[in-house]
Design a protein around this ligand. Structure first.
Ligand code: COA
Ligand code: AMP
Length: 264
């Protein structure tokens, strides 16, 4: 089977508006390109004056992964809950909260939003990404139609395209053995749901991570002390990964339910 990576990015006056990508069979190319262009033209951040669609044939077979289990934490997030989740991850909670605040202020120099993720390493959580404006961008990912349909069914009216894309990306990230977890707040002013992933637990959706209307956001990947950063970046950017299956979607009303999860 011939597989292709399809990537879309859109901008206005050089400012990034949206991006999307997937991996598909040759026969699906035309349909996917159409849907990406539609997506670019209908973004809440505004109308683009530039849309770039890139199609590349994959040179290697993608790694096939099962999506992380999703836990939808139905309570608005507060720092106390976040601290507990950092504890589960094995990351110092004080530093975790500092990084969360940094995301909300804009973690690039001058308080700007980064173009990719921060990398922070144990034991102290120092930033180790090579470029603090660009960060590191995960790419070359996709999800098969059956898995996407299953996610829609499991999540019901809580399904969003953001959830699907973020779950795909986060599953690739946490699959790397040197990653402990991830924190994400969208920079979309209308999308206030974020997430944290925790090794051995899964993907926890977090409500009201920021004030509606705030055009700030960002991602942090939490790394073990012995992580080879160069090798990790190469994996995150280049290794083709496709989600073949979705595992579960559970609603959680109290963070204590996560602390006693059977996965742990
Ligand atoms: N924010 C700001 N600028 C961005 C950007 C982002 N998220 N993504 C791309 N750009 C701009 C930058 O100027 C970038 O140059 P840089 O590498 O110096 O930062 C330029 O576009 C080219 O980016 P590149 O990644 O080489 O383009 P691409 O066409 O290969 O892939 C994406 C673009 C957006 C598809 C890819 O980077 C990506 O983010 N994939 C994941 C998409 C996804 O699922 N996102 C949803 C997560 S919830
Ligand atoms: P989004 O969920 O698309 O609003 O993205 C939230 C933040 O994550 C952005 O502000 C970037 O800092 C970062 N980001 C965007 N795309 C990627 C990516 N592909 N990989 C890693 N980080 C990203």
């Amino acid at each position: 089977m011939e597989l292709f990576s399809v990537k879309m990015r859109s901008s206005r006056e050089e400012e990034h508006i949206s991006g999307a990508e997937t991996i598909v069979d040759r026969a699906e190319l035309v349909e996917v390109v159409g849907s990406f262009v539609k997506r670019a033209l209908n973004h809440t951040k505004g109308e683009p004056d530039f849309i770039n669609v890139k199609i590349e044939k994959l040179k290697e077979k993608p790694l096939e992964l099962v999506a992380l289990p999703v836990y939808d934490l139905m309570i608005p997030i507060d720092e106390e809950t976040l601290r507990k989740l950092f504890g589960l991850m094995g990351f110092p909670d004080e530093r975790g909260i500092e990084l969360y605040r940094e995301i909300l202020r804009g973690a690039a120099p001058g308080g700007k939003v980064m173009r990719g993720a921060m990398l922070v390493k144990l034991p102290f959580g120092e930033r180790v990404e090579p470029d603090r404006e660009r960060g590191v961008r995960v790419s070359t990912v996709g999800i098969v139609k059956e898995a996407e349909e299953r996610l829609k069914k499991l999540a019901g009216d809580r399904y969003t395209e953001n959830l699907r894309d973020a779950l795909v990306l986060a599953t690739k990230v946490l699959n790397h053995p040197a990653v402990l977890g991830e924190l994400c707040v969208s920079d979309d002013p209308d999308y206030t749901t974020g997430y944290i992933t925790v090794r051995g637990l899964g993907y926890v959706r977090l409500r009201r991570m920021k004030e509606k209307g705030l055009r700030k956001g960002g991602r942090v990947f939490f790394l073990k002390e012995d992580c080879n950063v160069e090798e990790l970046i190469n994996y995150l950017e280049k290794k083709p990964v496709i989600i073949k299956e979705v595992s579960s979607y559970s609603s959680v009303v109290d963070v204590r339910e996560l602390l006693s999860s059977p996965m742990r």
